[in-house]
Ligand binder design. Structure first.
Ligand code: PHE
Length: 357
């Protein structure tokens, strides 16, 4: 028995890995192992012999088992130490130069305009893309029969027969977020609401999904003059120029009164889009003083509060700023296009660094 003990404890001490340890376990204390075979011999012994050999065999078995589990734990510890020694990461290394992915111009433009409006005191609000037709239309002073519903080429959500939930649409503009923000925050309020919107339209400057940023400023004494200043400051900062020629055109929206559309001077030479020069104008936004009915629909007293709102096409801003001639390519997911027009992922837009480095 002493030989068995010396033999197996020695093997266990020398075992290099878990497999070796398992082989030793089977040979020593497994069902057909050496200790089990010895136990079978107990039957042939006299009761006196058995009284000595039985407990001794059990003690041997216990000793081998605990040596096995101690060694197993030691091997696991050593394996972990080895992994900790070899698997490490130098977090101070610079990132790889080769660009794997890039930031889409729409995301880049959204980050840039958010930085600019944040500087002007606007915070970011969001709303759902699948919107109730009340938020998208009625609350914005566009009742059911209003021609604006047809003009916007609205996508309506399918409704099963007997479905009595309120009708939903894919929002045709970000203006419903005006209502949701007023409902949530009350007045005074200064928010921008960037996000995707949908209209059934498709050509060089229209896609069925595109992006807008809504602006809303409501307080007791906000006027059209504030609107004009904010838009001019924004456009100068966004295009990173001292002056950009803007054209404020009297217009009409059901949710603003008075209303103005704003165009930016540009040219299209041989399909090349240039901003700030030429004889052409590109419409980039709609704006105006928020209609009292809209303020009331947002739960704010229009006798006390007034303010302005605007809706800017983000994709168009990106086309103008980065000279991208066709909007449809924005959403083709063509890797060559994304590599050409995309931005490095770690270049965060900010005002002091220049927005679009
Ligand atoms: N919602 C309008 C559109 O989609 C833009 C707009 C927003 C106009 C806010 C006025 C005020 O065209």
């Amino acid at each position: 028995m002493d030989d068995l003990k010396a033999k197996y404890l020695g093997q266990i001490a020398d075992a290099g890995d878990e497999n070796a340890l398992e082989a030793i376990r089977v040979a020593a204390v497994g069902k057909k192992g050496e200790v089990a075979l010895k136990m079978r011999e107990l039957g042939k012994m006299t009761p006196e012999e058995r009284q000595v050999a039985g407990p001794a065999l059990n003690a041997l078995k216990d000793e081998i088992n605990s040596a096995l589990s101690a060694k197993k734990a030691a091997l696991a510890d050593a394996a972990l130490d080895e992994r900790l020694r070899t698997e490490w990461l130098d977090v101070t290394l610079p990132t790889r130069a080769r660009r794997q992915g890039s930031i889409h111009p729409v995301s880049q433009a959204t980050e840039e305009l958010t930085a600019i409006f944040a500087e002007l005191g606007f915070s970011v609000a969001e709303g759902p893309r699948i919107e109730t037709d009340w938020h998208n239309f009625d609350a914005l002073n566009i009742p059911g029969h209003h021609p604006a519903r047809a003009e916007m080429d609205t996508f309506y959500m399918h409704r099963a027969e007997g479905d009595n939930r309120p009708p939903h649409v894919l929002r045709t503009h970000t203006s419903p977020v005006q209502i949701r923000s007023m409902e949530k925050q009350g007045a005074p309020i200064r928010v921008i609401c960037p996000g995707g919107v949908y209209r059934a339209d498709y050509d060089q400057t229209h896609t069925p999904m595109f992006h807008q940023v809504e602006g809303l400023a409501i307080d007791k004494d906000i006027s059209m003059a504030n609107l004009k200043w904010v838009l001019e400051e924004f456009v100068k900062a966004f295009f990173e120029v001292d002056d950009v020629e803007l054209r404020f055109r009297a217009s009409h929206f059901p949710f603003t009164e008075p209303s103005a559309e704003v165009d930016i001077r540009c040219s299209w030479d041989n399909g090349q889009l240039k901003i700030g020069e030429g004889d052409d104008w590109m419409e980039i936004l709609g704006s105006g003083m928020v209609h009292p009915k809209v303020i009331a629909a947002g739960g704010i007293d229009p006798e006390v509060y007034q303010g302005f709102a605007f809706g800017i096409g983000i994709d168009r801003l990106a086309m103008l700023k980065y000279g991208i001639p066709d909007l449809r390519a924005f959403f083709d997911s063509d890797l060559r296009w994304l590599r050409h027009y995309g931005f490095a992922a770690l270049d965060m837009p900010n005002l002091h660094g220049g927005l679009s480095r």
